[in-house]
Design a protein around this ligand. Structure first.
Ligand code: GCU
Length: 613
């Protein structure tokens, strides 16, 4: 028994996505769900690159874009060999250096460590396109703005440094050798998301996988198969077809659970469904059970690995599968401390999540932007709950409509990509955004969009706090719109001291679960002194002990993610001895050495695990 979802809900979702996808500057096709589960070839490898700080490959001497001029001659995107030896060209990819993709450029060449600007990257590849197939060029992420060209012709552009995008290239692939050129530009601007000021390294370039996907002419573009909100006996979701044959019979098959349902897509290619199910082996950090889920149309079939669980709040409790839990978490950036740069593949990511497991975490805050799909799939497999976040960080241009559309597009792309991941329990719409009426409106709209796109997960953000005497007051109006009371507090580091911090109490104005999003202190790994000496491991360790004393006095405390798993690079951290462009709040140093506080957090989490048995 299943029922077509209400017309209203489908229209509303279509409207939100229509606005998001058609925003100028985003001319890519709708994201294919589970791209790694489709027929694809990888374009990863060594790409030649040209550093172009004045964008010579994009603008002519009158500052007109080559790719909008009739001849198009001169743009670096056209890598065809000069017609004759004498042709005047001032670039040559074949003779240019190469870098590893996926990989930020900052960590691959000394002179690019602080580079902010344009770099052109080119890859050559062979293709053998079939007449009855469709082809898509997929990028896991390019930071920050990408202009993409195939065989000298522009495919489109994308803004946003951490979300996937793709272009349909059916009919544009040559049999034999092709070349793709990306103009990647990581310059920062006030009106972007994030804005000019962040406490993380501005790693530029093609930082995640590049794939060429081959799909049937009519294919399964998107799907959601999850438990209904708060109902462990009801499955719900949708299937969306693309291509000419929109009306098809679709089989949703979960063999190990004895579930097999048939739905029929409508003229738009969509079928929403819900159906009763008997008991499942529910996903949890202690039991990260993933089921093989097969979705089959006559023309296409895709298999995914999906865990099933419910997440909701009730008063000050967070209920996972109906049971109250405590989120034993840690924050992490998308950065490998041992090998400079962004995490490049599964090995890097597994190392980070394994460190979190060693600390006895059941939860990670993937700050402050969407991490890779591989990272979230690993969290599914390894049993770690996830707080996912968009980089609406600090002083955003709240009054700029294009800025809002950008934020909404990054949020909807994150949610589209990860909606089937059982590990993801929180969509976070931002971090430490200063309170103002324009900000409240902007964030209120973002929270509403998150709920419209997915009513099964929690919506949150790191709220603002202020101090009044010995009270830490949490009354940020945005808190009314969110499911959790989450905030960053740096008692003992940025204010107060390890001695006086114990005088503070928390005055929280919301009757909701409290999940502290950040607290901590810098410590240079291996620097030892007494507990009153800042930057020492002993100072950091005492601060964590006092934080646990302070925070466990909060009646509604249901979780925390101390800042941060490992030291990370930041252009805002200039102390020549203690920092040297590193933020040292890691519980693990950049050499992989665990600091004293790591073990203090672990023993606290061992206690909390027993308490919530
Ligand atoms: C802030 C911010 C982090 C930053 C941290 C710090 O709360 O959210 O991105 O790195 O504090 O100051 O170390």
């Amino acid at each position: 028994m299943f029922k077509q979802n209400s017309f209203y809900k489908i229209i509303l979702i279509a409207l939100v996505l229509l606005v998001a996808v058609n925003f100028p500057g985003f001319s890519q096709s709708s994201l294919i769900q589970n791209i790694y589960g489709r027929t694809h070839t990888s374009l990863n490898g060594r790409w030649n690159y040209i550093i172009d700080p004045y964008e010579m490959g994009y603008y002519d001497y009158r500052h007109m874009p080559f790719d909008q001029s009739a001849s198009g001659k001169g743009g670096f995107y056209d890598d065809r060999k000069p017609k004759d030896k004498g042709e005047w060209v001032e670039y040559n990819f074949d003779l240019s250096p190469a870098m590893k993709i996926p990989g930020d450029w900052n960590s691959q060449a000394e002179k690019l460590q602080l580079y902010e600007g344009t770099i052109w990257l080119r890859q050559k590849f062979n293709a053998d396109p079939k007449a009855d197939k469709k082809y898509f060029l997929y990028f896991g992420a390019v930071n920050y703005e990408a202009h993409v060209y195939l065989n000298g012709k522009k495919l489109g552009t994308h803004k946003g440094g951490f979300t996937p995008f793709q272009f349909e290239v059916t009919g544009k692939l040559l049999k034999g050798e092709n070349f793709v050129v990306v103009k990647a530009d990581n310059k920062r601007f006030q009106d972007e998301i994030p804005t000019v000021n962040t406490d993380w390294w501005n790693y530029g370039g093609i930082t995640r996988d590049v794939l060429l996907a081959e799909m049937p002419a009519s294919y399964i573009e998107d799907y959601k198969v999850q438990l209904a909100k708060g109902n462990m006996n009801k499955m719900e979701g949708f299937v969306q077809l693309a291509g000419a044959d929109k009306v098809q019979s679709i089989i949703i098959n979960i063999p190990e659970a004895g579930i097999k349902q048939t739905v029929t897509t409508d003229a738009t290619g969509r079928a929403s469904f819900d159906f009763a199910i008997k008991k499942l082996n529910y996903w949890s950090p202690e039991n990260p059970k993933l089921y093989a889920v097969e979705i089959a149309a006559a023309s296409d079939k895709v298999t995914d690995k999906i865990g099933f669980r419910t997440i909701e709040t009730k008063g000050q409790d967070i209920l996972l599968n109906g049971k109250s839990i405590f989120l034993r978490g840690i924050c992490m950036h998308d950065e490998n401390p041992l090998i400079p740069g962004r995490l490049r593949g599964e090995g890097d990511m597994r190392m980070m999540l394994q460190w979190a497991k060693e600390m006895n975490c059941n939860y990670v805050r993937l700050a402050h932007y969407p991490h890779s799909e591989t990272m979230v799939r690993l969290a599914d497999e390894m049993g770690l709950l996830v707080w996912a976040e968009v980089p609406v960080y600090w002083t955003i241009s709240w009054l700029n409509e294009a800025t809002y559309q950008n934020a909404e597009k990054q949020l909807s792309d994150l949610m589209t990509r990860d909606k089937n991941r059982s590990s993801v329990i929180v969509w976070s719409i931002g971090n430490e955004t200063p309170i103002s009426e324009p900000r409240n409106i902007f964030m209120g709209k973002l929270a509403a969009t998150a709920r419209l796109l997915d009513n099964t997960r929690l919506v949150a953000a790191a709220l603002e706090i202020h101090r009044k005497g010995n009270d830490v007051v949490v009354e940020d109006p945005l808190g009314e719109k969110l499911d959790l009371v989450s905030f960053n507090e740096y008692a003992g580091w940025y204010w107060s001291s390890t001695k006086d911090m114990l005088n503070y109490k928390f005055d929280i104005k919301f009757n909701k679960p409290v999940v502290i999003t950040e607290f901590g202190a810098d410590a240079l790994g291996g620097y030892h002194a007494d507990e009153e000496t800042r930057w020492s491991e002993e100072y950091q360790d005492l601060l964590f002990k006092n934080q646990f004393t302070m925070l466990t006095a909060i009646p509604g405390l249901r979780g925390m993610t101390p800042w941060i798993l490992v030291d990370f690079r930041s252009p805002r951290r200039q102390h020549p001895y203690f920092q040297d462009f590193w933020n040292r709040k890691g519980l693990i140093s950049e050499t992989g050495k665990k600091k004293k506080a790591f073990y203090t957090v672990k023993s606290f989490y061992d206690e909390m695990q027993l308490k919530y048995k």
